[in-house]
Design a protein. Structure first.
Length: 91
């Protein structure tokens, strides 16, 4: 995971109230941002599960796994790798 992607996810977690940050100084004297998990509880009830179920599908779960782990979703068409010197950057 790139540093930029990590920072984007940390900002989203902070906006959701799941983590908190504080600025501090490292032992080398550099300014650093420190992250801490905010205590929270998630109460699952049959009603909350039933409300969430319609938003889930195997396609969305496979797409999430592919984004997180860089593996293609089952049955997904993959792009061929760019040829050397084509000027294209593979992603």
């Amino acid at each position: 995971m790139s540093r930029a992607l990590l920072q984007a996810h940390l900002r989203k977690l902070e906006a959701a109230g799941l983590i908190s940050t504080r600025l501090g100084i490292s032992s080398e004297g550099k300014a650093m941002r420190f992250y801490q998990v905010t205590p929270f509880a998630l109460h699952l009830t049959p009603e909350t599960i039933a409300a969430a179920a319609p938003t889930l599908s195997l396609d969305t779960v496979h797409a999430w796994v592919a984004r997180c782990y860089g593996t293609p979703a089952p049955g997904a068409k993959t792009r061929p790798a760019p040829s050397p010197g084509s000027g294209m950057i593979g992603s």
